[in-house]
Each structure stands twice: as structure tokens, then as C-alpha cells.
Design a protein around this ligand. Structure first.
Ligand code: FAD
Length: 506
């Protein structure tokens, strides 16, 4: 469908972030109000994470915590049970079901919104965004344009970057697979081929599962600098929305102590007039507190996962109190350790990974890639192992980039590149995402927040750090919807009851 006239809010990107924002706007808007959601793939509610069709790709968050609304984390669980009645709160269900859920919410919202509150879906790519006369004009790849009072760039994750090493022609060959998420990404990998996966995080794990699913039997090498694998969620753990609700009194004390300690470290110091000013903290202090709490938690009968999860609500304020230098220090020295503890595998996937390693089918390497060379029989990858001086050669038939959605935000986003080049939006201090204000308004090169252009989700990574998973995105979507409605002069109304949303699957 093509938007014919102007709208109140245009959302560019129909992945989880754009969809959740649209749902919140429609749920709270007063008529007349018109939202246009633009998605280049034509698939709404899926995005990178939830467009997989594989039943082996599981959510890494239990079902009871994945609800689309911050005030109802179990909404997804109830929706699942309409079709899969046996789903338990702690189940890690296939990711495609989450895509179906988001799609059904969007469909439902479009049909149940009050008269005059409208949603239009447009399948096209937005290639330009110009501010003219107090409006944003979006230009489409297929031609034509759309005027909006405000536009939200929900463009999601950056594409994986090629490793900057001599590639000996590999990157231009069919033996190289630039992104494991591209359609038919593993085409050409024969069952007995040996494969090198660059990266050892959750993207690598996804790719191993995809290879298994297509009957691959060869050896899979996975390489990263530290060779760290994601940890595994505890099996059979119930999945309440807030960890404290199920913690024993002893654990509750531990969690409270952790929050207090972190807040004491990072909160504020009174000046001579008694005004409180946030004081910067050192990442080393946070690490020390974490270690102490893990020790206390373990002594109290819990494990480190409880402590890592308990820190989550404090992550954003904590990040804000780290100086840019301290954030860089964290990224350089601790990031990979944090990621494997924070983003964990579902227990069943952990079992598969452990089995493949026992069978010698999956070999994890810690080291630095030095170069690639194409040879008649495949690819030679020169690797310098961690802690060793010399280089070693891995001989494989295929190389798959599993470094994940990190790096320069403008990669794979021509629209963003144009805006950044023009200085109309600006990368954050760490170059991980875009500079925004507290609501997600994009900042220009001069440091001014736009009144018309916003973002949410992964592009706010440098500013917030914890911004890519659904529990964070749903809170941002709600906050941004309320902010936009107020800004556009239509104060949010009481929301449509959640019980009405999410029709059963056919
Ligand atoms: C593999 C994977 C698994 C994950 N698993 C979980 C999980 O289990 N639990 C959890 O909480 N979180 C998970 N996450 C994190 C999180 O849910 C996702 O990062 C989230 O879905 C981000 O959604 P998004 O809409 O911001 O970005 P994306 O999913 O990247 O969607 C952005 C959309 O914008 C579209 N687009 C981009 N540019 C344009 C343009 N110019 N015009 C039109 N359309 C455009 C793209 O086509 C895309 O559909 C996972 C992430 C990944 C990558």
C-alpha cells in the first residue's frame, strides 16, 4: 500500500521497535490520528530477530518476560497459550512465534482502534528524510513521498562488518557468507564441508543450529578473541517479571544490597548548597561490587545469574554515570565477558552446543584472525592463538561472519548515512549508535535535539547500552508514544485494555 496523504507519525522500520511503537500510539491516541508504518521487507513485526522460520532458533528470554507492554510482561505468554496451551512461563519458545505475536498485535490494533485512529502499512524503503515547514518529508525508493508531523527511525541493527584483515579474494567469493541472516545465507555449504564461523556469541550459536538443521555433518570452527561462549540459562527456572518476586528472603536481601550498593556508588554527592550532583564512577568499582554480590548470592544459595539479572534495571543509570573514557574501558576489557553472562542460551540449546563440542563437531578457538587466502580446496585462515606467539592455519571450505549486529550504525542504512553525512543526525560519542536526547529525539551535529526526528531501540546503544532486548524496547516504545502524543498536541488517553489485544492464531 502507498501512503497517499500526510500523517501524524511516520515510523520507518517495521521490526519489533517500530511495531511496538505503532501499537502504543494506536492504543493511546485520540482521534483523529494517523500512523504510517514503513517497512522495506514487506514483513511487519519481524525485523532481524523474528523473521527466522527455524523452530530451532529460540528466544533467549523466557516467554513470561516477553510481553509487548511494560505493565503486562505476561501478555505474550497468555497469547501463546491460546494456541500452545502447555507453554510454561519459563519456556524458551521459537522466535518465529514472537514475530507472529507482534504481527497479530498490529493487525488487531488496526482493526480495533477507535474511529479516526488509523494505521497504514507501506512496503517500501525510505531513502530520504527532509524537514520542511515544520514537517518531515520522507522519500521512497519506489518514488513518491509522505509528509509527517514527526518521523521515528526504527532502523534496528547495523549489518555485520567484514573483518579488516587481508582477505586474499575471499570476501568477493562464494565461500564467504557476509551475514548469517541474509536470505539463503548458508547456500553452498555442503553437508561435509568444514566451516569457520567468525564470532562465538549468540549469532554463532544460531548459525550452528541452522547448519545442523540443513543436515551439516562437517567440523565447525568458531573463533573469537577470547573464545567465550554464551552461558546457559538455568533449566526449569520459573520466569517471573521481577526477580525479587520469587526470590527467597535471603536472595531478596542480596538483590536489595546490590541495588543499594550500585546506587550509592553512582548516585550523587551534595554540594555546598545541598544540591545533589551525579558523580562519575569507575567501571572497576562496579566489577568489584558485582563480584562481592556474586559471592554473597552464592553463599545465600542463589547463583551469579540472579545478580546479573538484578543489575538490569540499574544498567542505564549506571551507564550514564560512566565517563566516555570509562565506557570505552568497559567496551575494551569487559564487554565480551559481560555479553556472555548477560545474553544467555536457552537450556536446550546449551545441551546441543555441549553435545556438538563433545563430538568434536564444534571447536571453539580463542585468537586473532590475521588473514585469509583462497586456495583450490577452500580457504586458509591464519590465526594467532590467544597467549601464543606463532600463527596457525585453519583450512575450511566456508567462512561465515557471525560477529553480530555491531559496529558502525550507518552500515546497511543508506538513509542514515545520508543524514549523518549532512550533519542532521550525529553518531554518539562511542560511534555505536546515534546521539539522542532523553526521549529519543535525534541530535544534529551542533548538539540540538530535533523536534521531528526520533529513534528507539538498537540505535540508542551508545547512549543507553541496555536498549536492544524487548524488555527495554517495549518501555521505550511506550515512553516515546506518550511523548509524541503530547508533543503533537493530543494528550494520551486511557489505554485500550490489554485483554482485548492479540487474537488467537488460526
Ligand atoms: C538474532 C537475534 C535474536 C534476538 N533474540 C532476542 C530474544 O530472544 N529476546 C529479546 O528480548 N531480544 C532479542 N533480540 C534483540 C531484539 O529483540 C532485537 O534486536 C529487536 O528485534 C530490534 O528490533 P528493531 O525493530 O529495532 O530492529 P530490526 O529487527 O533490525 O528491524 C528494523 C527494521 O527496519 C527496516 N528498515 C531499515 N531501514 C529501513 C528503511 N530505510 N526503510 C524501511 N524499512 C527499513 C528493516 O527492514 C527491519 O525490518 C535478538 C536480536 C537478534 C539480532
Amino acid at each position: 500500500m502507498r501512503a497517499q496523504s500526510g500523517c501524524d507519525v511516520a515510523i520507518v522500520g517495521g521490526g519489533a521497535s517500530g511495531t511496538l511503537l505503532a501499537v502504543n500510539l494506536l492504543r493511546c491516541a485520540r482521534a483523529p490520528f494517523r500512523v504510517v508504518l514503513v517497512e522495506r521487507s514487506g514483513l511487519f513485526g519481524r525485523g532481524l530477530a523474528y523473521s527466522t522460520r527455524s523452530a530451532h532458533h529460540l528466544l533467549n528470554v523466557p516467554a513470561a518476560r516477553m510481553g509487548a507492554f511494560p505493565d503486562d510482561p505476561e501478555h505474550f505468554l497468555r497469547w501463546l497459550r491460546q494456541t500452545w496451551p502447555d507453554t510454561a512461563p519459563g519456556d524458551f519458545v521459537p522466535r518465529y512465534r514472537y514475530g507472529l505475536y507482534l504481527e497479530s498485535l498490529l493487525r488487531d490494533m488496526a482493526t480495533r482502534a477507535p474511529p479516526g485512529v488509523q494505521l497504514e502499512l507501506v512496503s517500501d524503503e525510505v531513502v530520504s528524510a527532509d524537514e520542511e515547514g515544520g514537517r518531515v518529508r520522507l522519500g521512497f525508493l519506489a518514488g513518491g513521498s509522505l509528509e509527517a508531523r514527526a518521523a521515528v527511525l526504527a532502523l534496528g541493527n547495523a549489518m555485520p562488518a567484514d573483518l579488516r584483515v587481508p582477505d586474499g579474494g575471499l570476501y568477493a567469493s562464494e565461500r564467504y557468507h557476509r551475514s548469517p541472516w541474509a536470505p539463503r545465507a548458508l547456500r553452498g555449504v555442503e553437508p561435509d564441508d568444514s566451516v569457520l564461523l567468525i564470532g562465538t556469541g549468540l549469532t554463532m550459536v544460531d548459525t550452528v543450529l541452522s547448519l545442523e538443521e540443513q543436515g551439516h555433518r562437517g567440523v565447525i570452527h568458531a573463533l573469537s578473541r577470547h573464545g567465550l561462549l554464551p552461558h546457559v540459562h538455568r533449566g526449569g527456572t520459573p520466569a517471573p517479571a521481577r526477580p525479587t518476586t520469587y526470590a527467597s528472603p535471603g536472595i531478596r536481601d542480596v538483590l536489595r544490597a546490590l541495588r543499594q550498593e550500585v546506587l550509592r556508588e553512582c548516585h550523587a554527592a551534595p554540594d555546598a548548597d545541598g544540591h545533589l550532583h551525579p558523580i562519575p564512577i569507575r567501571i572497576r568499582a562496579v566489577l568489584r561490587i558485582m563480584r562481592q554480590e556474586v559471592k554473597r548470592a552464592t553463599e545465600a544459595g542463589a547463583d551469579w545469574r540472579t545478580v546479573v539479572d538484578a543489575l538490569r534495571p540499574a544498567t542505564v543509570p549506571l551507564w550514564h554515570r560512566l565517563t566516555t573514557g570509562e565506557r570505552r574501558r568497559f567496551l575494551r576489557h569487559l564487554r565480551s565477558h559481560w555479553e556472555v553472562h548477560r545474553h544467555r542460551m536457552a537450556p536446550s540449546i546449551g545441551d546441543t552446543v555441549a553435545r556438538l563440542r563433545r563430538e568434536g563437531r564444534l571447536v571453539i578457538h580463542a585468537g586473532r584472525l590475521r588473514s585469509f587466502r583462497l586456495v583450490d580446496s577452500g580457504v586458509e585462515a591464519r590465526v594467532r592463538r590467544r597467549g601464543h606467539a606463532g600463527e596457525e592455519v585453519l583450512h575450511v571450505q566456508h567462512v561465515i561472519n557471525c560477529t553480530g549486529p555491531e559496529g558502525a550504525i550507518t552500515r546497511g542504512h543508506p538513509l542514515l548515512k545520508t543524514l549523518v553525512d549532512a550533519g542532521r543526525v550525529c553518531p554518539d560519542m562511542l560511534g555505536m549508535g546515534l546521539a539522542t536526547d532523553a526521549h529519543g529525539a535525534l541530535m544534529d551535529l551542533g548538539g540540538h535535539a530535533s523536534g521531528r526526528l526520533y529513534t528507539l531501540g538498537p540505535p540508542r546503544r551508545g547512549e543507553l547500552w541496555e536498549t536492544t532486548a524487548v524488555p527495554e524496547i517495549r518501555a521505550q516504545a511506550r515512553g516515546l508514544a506518550e511523548h509524541l502524543l503530547q508533543r503533537l498536541g493530543t494528550s494520551p488517553i486511557s489505554r485500550m485494555p490489554l485483554a482485548q489485544l492479540g487474537v488467537p492464531l488460526d
